[in-house]
Design a protein around this ligand. Structure first.
Ligand SMILES: Nc1ncnc2c1ncn2[C@@H]1O[C@H](COP(=O)(O)OP(=O)(O)OP(=O)(O)O)[C@@H](O)[C@H]1O
Ligand SMILES: [Mg+2]
Length: 257
């Protein structure tokens, strides 16, 4: 069965999509069969993988609106093993209904966990029914954050939601592992270290994964529709995403961490 990794943070612009797209690319390059699901109507994952969509293409939001199943919405990227279920920029959030378990049921019913090795879910910067659907489907949660004071506060708020979901899942016998990854790091800035250390001491040092340095190549790579490892193989963010992938692999493989 595939692991289901949700990338989330309620705060906008905290590197969720960059993390989701670049981890997906790195896992696929290493031979895992990867399905990226974009729950954010900004639709940036398609951009990051250079996938062009027409208005009539099926999307994850079309699934939530009851128009079709999930499998219908799968798009292949130009990289082998790397597929995407894109978002619908025109989706109205009220149309998602109020069932928190719909995504989880569909992933099971459509056996997507058997077809892929890892499902990576990118989420919108809001606490809505789509985010809850993602969290109730997940067995791993990754929280990218900018190590600034307010971002640290946002992570603490998110932790309360994760605690609720985690307790529910524990009752079903599933242990949800949560890890944090500092992004857009400038190692020289003391404030970054302070916030990262505070989060580390609150949630445990083993939950703090290696960070991603600030690197303009990440932003540029979206404009050319390629994960950064292909756009700029030698840049520091490519190196950092590789270390992060190693750490996420350990998180996936070791249930006792
Ligand atoms: N390591 C990095 N160095 C420099 N820029 C980065 C880095 N990671 C992400 N970015 C850029 O920062 C911006 C925000 O990142 P991203 O879109 O991944 O955040 P997000 O949390 O998904 O945002 P939203 O909440 O709007 O969905 C983007 O322009 C992205 O290209
Ligand atoms: Mg995003």
């Amino acid at each position: 069965m595939a692991h289901i990794l949700v990338v989330t943070n309620r705060k906008g612009g905290s590197g969720k999509t960059a993390t989701a797209v670049n981890l997906a690319a790195e896992f696929a390059e290493r031979g895992s069969r990867v399905l990226l699901i974009d729950l954010d109507t900004q639709n940036h994952c398609a951009l990051g993988l250079g996938i062009k969509l027409s208005k009539t293409d099926a999307t994850v939001h079309g699934f939530f609106a009851g128009q079709h199943n999930l499998t219908t919405a799968i798009k292949h990227s130009r990289w082998s093993n790397l597929d995407l279920i894109p978002a619908d920029p025109l989706f109205e959030h009220g149309a998602a209904g109020n069932d928190e378990f719909r995504l989880r049921s569909a992933l099971l019913d459509e056996a997507l966990g058997a077809r892929y090795d890892i499902l990576i879910l990118d989420t919108p910067p809001s606490l809505d029914i789509l985010l809850l659907n993602a969290l109730y489907a997940a067995d791993r949660v990754l929280v990218p954050f900018l190590p600034h004071f307010l971002a640290g506060e946002g992570v603490k708020q998110l932790a309360r939601v994760l605690f609720k979901v985690g307790s529910h899942r524990a009752n079903e016998g599933v242990r949800v592992l949560i890890a944090y990854v500092p992004v857009m790091l400038a190692a020289r800035i003391g404030q970054h270290k302070k916030v990262a250390n505070a989060i580390s001491s609150q949630f445990g040092a083993t939950r703090m994964l290696p960070g991603i340095r600030n690197d303009i190549r990440v932003a540029e790579s979206f404009s050319v529709g390629q994960p950064v490892r292909y756009y700029a193989p030698k840049t520091r963010a490519t190196e950092d995403y590789q270390h992060l992938t190693d750490a996420v692999l350990r998180l996936l493989e070791n249930p006792d961490r």
